[in-house]
Design a protein around this ligand. Structure first.
Ligand code: C5P
Length: 306
């Protein structure tokens, strides 16, 4: 009975505001929108809302579970900007690879995965290999990198270490939610995105609210900045797919492989010199990966206790 009167009351307000607002936008001077497109757009929007309603609102308890990784990822995504703004790129890369180990640790603790000694060893070797490659590069870049006066090394380092803990925990938490139920990866991303947007807005208001009110939300958005943002959004969705079909540990292998790839590309593009150590690392990479991949294939399907 309550809902009956609430819905009727809302309908009164909605109907009145709809007619008045249509009249208003149709009588404004200037360019007029196509009314036929507005009709289509309303239908599309309705479908979109109906589609999400059941999984997000009705099953709100399930949706709430995603608040945890969303909070942590929001913190992590903000901290990454702090870290990269205060550390040379190579230093950031090497320290951030610590997430290989935090991810393995959380996978064992939260997903009860068992890693054999040799697998732990391969992860340690992977971390050490990436660290060596990056430290070497850093040495080469030192001559050319000018550290700005506003950069704070300690601040960057703390940010990156917290990001590693966060990456491991949030990644494994997301994996647990994803593989512990039948909801699709897309639905999980929408649920994660809702909290991510809300929390991100909160962080934005807290940190930059006044400046953004003055200068605007899109202040300083050059095409390059748009590129960074698109890349980050695409990367996020990619992470979700990788976690669904592989797992977080293999994700670590793939991202560290990208360091080898970028070094090899630099050899061709910029005439970079690679030494024996790098070559050894690159050659060793494949068996290390195979070792963890075989483990993934042989493992029994997930049984996750709720
Ligand atoms: O460095 P790491 O692999 O932890 O980064 C994961 C990134 O992927 C984060 O930026 C996170 O916000 C994003 N992500 C996402 N959607 C998911 C899982 C992760 O956007 N379902």
């Amino acid at each position: 009975i309550k809902l009956k009167y609430i819905s009727l009351a809302i309908l009164v307000v909605q109907n009145a505001s709809l007619i008045l607002s249509i009249r208003y936008v149709r009588t404004l001077p200037g360019d007029r929108f196509f009314t036929t497109s507005a009709v289509v757009m309303a239908e599309v929007l309705k479908e979109f809302i109906v589609l999400q309603y059941n999984s997000i609102v009705i099953q709100y308890k399930d949706t709430l579970k995603l608040a945890v990784p969303a909070l942590i990822y929001t913190l992590q995504n903000n901290l990454q900007y702090v870290a990269i703004s205060n550390l040379p790129a190579a230093t950031f890369q090497v320290t951030y690879q610590l997430k290989i180990l935090t991810t393995a640790l959380f996978s064992v603790l939260m997903l009860r995965k068992s890693l054999s000694r040799i697998q732990w060893l391969s992860l340690l070797l992977l971390f050490a290999g990436v660290a060596i490659v990056q430290l070497e590069q850093e040495g080469k870049q030192k001559e050319t990198t000018v550290t700005g006066p506003s950069q704070n090394y300690a601040k960057g380092l703390v940010a990156v270490i917290v990001s590693c803990l966060s990456s491991g925990f949030a990644g494994v938490y997301f994996e647990k939610i994803l593989k512990g139920s039948s909801a699709s990866v897309w639905m999980r991303n929408i649920q994660l995105g809702i909290f991510g947007t809300l929390l991100g807005l909160l962080g934005m208001w807290w940190n930059d609210g006044l400046a953004i009110a003055e200068k605007g939300f899109l202040f300083g958005y050059t095409p390059m900045v748009w590129g960074v943002i698109f890349n980050q959004a695409f990367g996020g969705l990619l992470v979700a797919v990788v976690v669904k079909y592989a797992d977080n540990i293999l994700k670590g292998f793939a991202t560290s492989f990208s360091i080898i790839v970028s070094t090899v590309v630099s050899v061709y593009l910029f005439g970079f010199h690679v030494d024996l150590l790098f070559t050894l690392g690159a050659v060793l990479y494949r068996p290390l990966f195979a070792l963890n991949n075989v483990f993934l294939i042989k493992r029994k399907p997930y049984h996750i206790s709720r």
